[in-house]
Design a protein around this ligand. Sequence first.
Ligand code: SF4
Length: 337
Amino acid sequence: MTYPWGHPRRFNAYPQYFKRTFGERVQKVSIDAGFTCPNRDGTVAYGGCTFCDNRTFNPSYCDPHKSVREQIETGIRCHGKRYHHPSRHLAYFQAFTNTHAPLDRLKALYGEALQVPGVIGIVVGTRPDCLDAGKLAYFQKLAETHIVILEIGIESCYDASLKRMNRGHSYQQAADAIHQAAGLGLRVGTHVILGLPCETQGMQIESARMLSKLPVDTVKFHQLQLIRGTAMLRDYERHPGDFRFDSFEDYCRRLTRIIEHLHPRIVIERFFSEAAPEYDATPIQWTMRNDQMLQKFERHLESVDSWQGRLAHIAPANQQPLRFGRHPDGSSDRGLE
Ligand code: SF4
């Protein structure tokens, strides 16, 4: 079977997307450039999003006390051992909100990254409410000569969830920011958390349909992990009945139902989060590395003969879904609700 993305994996996978676009692997290298975020410093709110602890995903080579160049060079050395020395890299401004500073400071930081040999572009993690017209115009100009990907976090398509996690913006704000950036020709990625309190599987499937209508190029899914010391953990301790944590196998089933409704043009960059055990207070822990989880999930997709976009509408001009019918394992979309 040939999938719309032209390779045999059952989802539109990130590494193949880069190989397709640039003819080889392009490795992201994370940077902590010392930003904070408007949801912590009072610009939008105090306290931050209730799930957030940036230490859980910042690689050990990221250190805001080191220059951008030093962090990239160390990251390139670390990835080189693991991925057979890819020659092209994207500087990933990952920690906190990487557009939360005056434009001149941003230009200096991004410019420093782009001067490192082998760095062909930047990926900038940010919030929907932190991209003004001046910054967008700068990114648009930069994208004429470099790869520029804006990662605009959505986290949830439901305002009640966004409010409960103290996100400080609505779904509509996120959708508007994505449309604005994509309208300027910029590549846009996003994140969505699966398993937020009171979000059912039906709501998660609807999220995939909503994402499919947005001009996003890539998406990262993360299962909800409860991190020690966060307000989300305290929320769980007060209202455990609002939360549902899956076994790894149930999560694979849930993910399958979700990505079946995700448009095949959207590249999936991640399916799993991986907080280190010292941070992780999730009641059900999977204790597997990302590559192991991914292999198992791909085997699951094969065993139930499913794939990304199996039940998605592929284009407004062609309103026929890719395939109708019940799920190959015999259950309906609502089976895990
Ligand atoms: S998730 Fe982003 S916006 Fe929210 S508190 Fe963390 S850094 Fe700030």
